[in-house]
Write a protein that binds this ligand. Structure first.
Ligand SMILES: CC(C)(COP(=O)(O)OP(=O)(O)OC[C@H]1O[C@@H](n2cnc3c(N)ncnc32)[C@H](O)[C@@H]1OP(=O)(O)O)[C@@H](O)C(=O)NCCC(=O)NCCS
Ligand SMILES: CC(=O)OP(=O)(O)O
Length: 326
């Protein structure tokens, strides 16, 4: 069965509530209406009440069955409770005045709905850049037990082909420890999406063909990942160039002893520059659908979107987010 059909079956009737901080955007409204009509999730749209109505009227959308919240006119008692919870969660790092300002920002407000359990997950980023979308989650929801950092993976899909690219969204300049953790997180993400992970730790060098501290970083990360997740030891290899990782004939020449080279389906990039540029090239030149970024390592599901997302992308990311909340 197709991946999204499986995920839809899992979440149908589970009534997972997903908050959309960018409720004024037509892509968000269109997706929310479809998600609710398909009985997949219960959406909450955040935003200025007048702007939400304006968008709905302009696109002939019927929002009568969808909950909308305008943070500017939210119940004062409820807002005070959210403020106190936020200050408590930030343990001396954020005072009540700052918390009040944050709560007028839809991404902070939405994140607090998830943190307090009013929503099961959040989808944002169709309008806001990634930093503004995910920072509240990093500060408030924080990492899941066993994770020391959050990273962002894309499922890249075209026909029968399906791959994981990471980190393409969050960690700008990574060291070996971070790269190793991203590799392990991404292998687990691959499994969730029915991909038996073969993880390539990418570089501009294959097995020592170039000498550089940047190459050493990837080789060290590979050894570390194998040590941290021995069950994945035969499924992770590096350092590998993309051609050696992906093309069997190149693998035979460049890394003949590797169990991963030529067969990789989970690609770990050595920096955010490489990862973000790489996924967009595969998407825009290669014709792959890019689903994500799926945030890995967060304690509760919050998903970012690309600002280039369309309604269908929003619909699919919301389905993944609801599935993560099960
Ligand atoms: C994610 C990002 C916004 C965090 O940057 P920042 O807000 O400057 O981060 P800070 O160092 O000030 O940290 C803010 C909080 O987030 C936490 N944090 C930052 N990065 C984190 C990570 N990768 N995992 C877990 N927590 C993280 C910090 O520990 C800190 O928590 P605290 O306030 O409780 O102490 C930043 O790394 C970034 O901009 N990444 C690139 C995003 C991007 O543009 N991607 C391309 C498009 S997808
Ligand atoms: C994931 C990503 O690159 O997001 P954006 O296109 O919004 O910067």
């Amino acid at each position: 069965m197709e991946l999204f059909e499986q995920l839809k079956n899992k979440i149908t009737g589970q009534n997972k509530t997903i908050v959309f901080p960018e409720g004024e955007d037509p892509r968000i409204q269109g997706a929310a209406i479809r998600l609710a009509a398909d009985n997949l999730i219960e959406p909450i749209l955040l935003g200025d009440a007048q702007e939400i109505s304006k968008t709905a009227q302009a696109h002939n959308f019927d929002l009568s069955n969808i909950e909308t919240i305008d943070p500017a006119s939210y119940d004062k008692n409820e807002l005070a409770k959210l403020n106190a919870t936020l200050v408590e969660r930030r343990k001396g790092k954020t005072d009540a005045e700052t918390a009040a300002k944050w709560l007028q920002n839809v991404n902070y407000f939405g994140t607090m709905l998830v943190y307090t359990g009013k929503a099961d997950g959040m989808v944002s980023g169709a309008v806001h850049p990634t930093g503004d979308t995910v920072r509240p989650a990093l500060q408030i929801i924080k990492t899941a037990p066993g994770s020391s950092r959050i990273s962002g993976a894309f499922i890249m899909q075209k026909g029968e082909e399906r791959y994981v690219f990471a980190d393409a969204a969050i960690n700008i300049d990574i060291d070996s420890n971070t790269m190793a953790e991203i590799a392990i997180q991404s292998a687990r993400t691959a499994q969730v999406f029915d991909i038996e992970p073969k993880v390539a730790m990418l570089s501009f060098s294959t097995k020592g063909s170039a000498k550089s501290p940047l190459v050493d970083k990837v080789a060290t990360a590979t050894a570390l990942a194998k040590k941290l997740a021995p069950e994945l030891a035969d499924s992770i290899d590096g350092e590998l160039q993309f051609d050696a990782a992906f093309v069997e004939s190149v693998a035979a020449a460049k890394a003949p002893d590797s169990k991963v080279a030529g067969k990789a389906n989970t690609f770990i990039f050595p920096s955010l520059e490489a990862g973000n540029i790489g996924y967009k090239i595969a998407q825009r030149l290669g014709g792959f659908e890019a689903i994500g970024p799926i945030l890995q390592g967060l304690a509760k599901p919050v998903s970012d979107l690309s600002r280039g997302a369309n309604e269908e992308d929003v619909y699919k990311v919301a389905i993944i987010t609801a599935a993560q909340a099960l």
